[in-house]
Design a protein around this ligand. Structure first.
Ligand code: SF4
Length: 459
């Protein structure tokens, strides 16, 4: 049986694509392997969003050259955003690469591999085309409690620093009935939690409605999708990422705050606390708009948790801009944040500006935000000591298999000693005994609590 190794770089959408591709290849008889030495096919599913991610994948492509010299029969493919972004240039710079396939053609990979292996296809380049066609990649690996489900692809926002609209194309949403059918099938296989994915997920269905002249900004097709999924039997939790403040209207907030299976953990990308920079980033909202959405959610669900993406070192970012970002982050009191250092992406609007914030200043600002976050998350977690939190049980902890692990609604990793016949996928109550900034540690509660679990900042 031929073996395949897929290395994934970047975001959850790429993880999802790799999983679905693995399923397609499995159907063709390919067995997954972790060993580069023995793999017949090595596929790198790449990311272009940040310079660092590109450099990592480029480094790997370079390393694979030695492997190809020793084992010329191994087939090497570069897939995803970098393939879309650089196309033929990858083949020209790295002749040991056999296959370059962009984001919209991933479903063709098994056929292309077969052609190359039969010697009928030679080098195949499929980095463009099919931009208006929604790639069908729907297979899931069995045995999981949590599954990623892509509900839409692409983005129409064109934030000035972002390569996504260029490499993932314009927004394309899947029909709701397809998504509901996929989630129903997943729950029949034992999945208890779905993470819905879309580059701008709150714009789900908007491009299609606009084309039909039926777009009502007071409505939210994504909220309607959540309502339908909330009724899927056997499903315990629904998460989603990433929303955009511009599309978080009242209909959306009402749905996420009221639907019982939708987790009240909100990942809302901020990017900057400076209105001047938000304008330059073409984010389409102000800090006041952002805070209004947060406040509206907290009003409805005081125990909601928030996480974000934030960027430091965008061109012309001053100490004052940075101080505003810091202050806004303190005001929201996030439970988690991904902090990124700006790197220009060729072809984006911001790349025309001088990247004038020195790298050491970017690193310093990055470090300060992470330190702030560490302190505030530790403080927020400490407030949970002595309380009961409800977790979705995932199974033995990977770091310490003597402990079991679950997650709260607020997405906090919770570790506890397993007791009784508890199985992955079940819900359990855990009394929190101690916390760090990363995890909660506790004991399984023997008695169910009176009424609903105590609301807390991490629950
Ligand atoms: S909303 Fe902006 S940052 Fe997010 S994917 Fe679209 S263009 Fe990129």
């Amino acid at each position: 049986m031929p073996t395949v190794l897929i290395r994934t770089y970047g975001c959850q959408m790429n993880e999802r694509d790799s999983e679905a591709l693995q399923c397609l290849l499995r159907e063709r008889g390919y067995v997954p392997t972790d060993s580069e030495e023995s793999a017949d096919v090595i596929l790198l599913n790449t990311c272009s969003v940040r310079d660092q991610a590109e450099r990592k994948a480029m480094g790997k492509i370079g390393i694979l050259k030695r492997l190809k010299r020793r084992r010329p029969e191994v087939l090497i493919g570069v897939l995803g955003c970098m393939a879309q972004n650089h196309g033929r240039a990858i083949l020209e710079a790295h002749p040991h690469v056999d296959l370059v396939v962009g984001t919209d053609r991933l479903h063709e990979v098994p056929d292309r591999i077969e052609e190359i292996r039969r010697g009928t296809g030679g080098l195949v380049l499929t980095e463009t085309g099919g931009r208006d066609v929604l790639t069908r990649l729907e297979g899931h690996e069995p045995g999981r409690i949590t599954a990623f489900v892509a509900v839409m692809r692409g983005c129409n926002q064109f934030c000035s620093y972002c390569i996504v609209p260029y490499v993932r194309g314009r927004e394309k949403s899947r029909p709701p009935e397809d998504i509901v059918a996929e989630v129903e099938a997943l729950t029949r296989q034992g999945v208890r939690e779905v993470v819905l994915l879309g580059q701008n997920i709150t714009a789900y269905g908007v491009a299609e409605a606009r084309r039909e002249g039926a777009c009502d900004p007071r409505q939210s097709a994504f909220a309607e999708l959540l309502r339908r999924l909330d009724g899927v039997s056997g499903l315990r939790r629904i998460r989603f990422t990433s929303p955009h403040v511009l599309f978080m209207n009242e209909a959306f907030i009402e749905a996420v705050c009221s639907l019982p299976r939708v987790c009240k953990a909100f990942h809302i990308p901020l990017q900057s606390g400076s209105d001047r920079l938000l304008r330059q980033m073409n984010r389409g909202y102000t800090t006041a708009d952002y805070l209004a959405v947060v406040d509206r959610i907290v009003e409805r669900v005081p125990e909601a948790t928030f996480s974000t993406d934030v960027m430091v070192g965008f061109p012309s970012e001053t100490e004052e801009d940075f101080a505003r970002t810091r202050a806004l982050m303190a005001r929201v009191d996030y439970d988690m944040a991904y902090v990124f250092r700006y790197s220009p992406r060729r072809g984006t609007a911001a790349a025309a500006a001088v990247d004038d914030v020195p790298e050491e200043v970017k690193q310093h600002r990055n470090r300060i935000l992470l330190e702030d976050l560490e302190t505030s998350v530790a403080r927020r977690n400490r407030r949970l000591v002595g309380r009961q939190v409800e977790v979705l049980v995932e199974g033995p902890s990977r770091r310490n298999p003597s402990r079991w692990q679950g997650r709260t609604d607020g997405n906090k990793v919770t570790l506890f000693e397993k007791a009784g016949p508890l199985q992955p996928g079940e819900m359990a109550m855990v009394t929190v005994r101690r916390t760090t900034s990363h995890s909660l540690f506790g004991d399984l509660a023997t008695e169910p609590p009176d009424g609903p679990p105590t609301p807390g900042p991490g629950n």
